[in-house]
Design a protein around this ligand. Structure first.
Ligand code: ZN
Length: 188
């Protein structure tokens, strides 16, 4: 596993933020001595409905799902939060979830194989890192659509809107909080 060079660590008692280099020297807060924890990161994971039957699967099964981490495998870690984004005509956020395993190379779980249109894509899981995602909220009936994100002063800067190629995209904490806020407004 690659080191978390861009990770920061935070003291849960006093809030001090410590770099990976400092953490490698001492795993305790330099100010108050509390054990440091890695700061959570936030991500967008994108699927293409023409290639992967995410919508079919989520209607049948809301259990954990295996996702490629073709990008940022060195940064994505257990407990990070993820917004699930569909590409295509009705692009947008359709669920949020949590990463429950660190990225490793493992074959695709057989349960998910049938949802891939192109069976060759299944073999990508043998070559690339992947994680398991647990869904926290699914909003397929009232998604947060791309159009709304593009017009939002905070979300218009999202990495996925600027360069939409790929599976995994970083999100700032501010963007994550805004997604949650808009999702909650949608449910009212
Ligand atoms: Zn501290």
């Amino acid at each position: 596993m690659e080191p978390m060079l861009d990770a920061e660590f935070v003291c849960r008692k006093c809030g001090k933020v410590v770099s990976f280099e400092q953490y490698a020297l001492d795993r305790f807060c330099p100010d108050c001595g509390t054990f440091l924890r890695r700061q959570l990161k936030h991500w967008v994971f994108q699927f293409n409905p023409a290639i992967y039957g995410w919508f079919d699967r989520i209607k049948e099964n809301r259990e954990t799902e295996q996702w490629l981490t073709s990008q940022y495998a060195e940064s994505i870690r257990e407990r990070d939060k993820v917004a699930i984004w569909a590409s295509g005509e009705k692009a947008g956020v359709y669920a949020i979830g949590e990463v429950v395993t660190n990225p490793i190379k493992r074959p695709l779980t057989t349960e998910q194989e049938k949802y891939w249109t192109n069976k060759e894509d299944i073999f990508k899981f043998r070559e690339k890192y992947s994680v398991i995602i647990k869904y926290l909220k699914v909003i397929i009936d009232r998604p947060l659509l791309e159009d709304k994100c593009s017009k939002d002063p905070i979300l218009s800067d999202m990495a996925i809107l600027k360069q939409p190629q790929g599976t995994n995209f970083p999100l700032t904490k501010k963007q994550w909080n805004r997604i949650i806020e808009l999702m909650n407004q949608n449910t009212k």
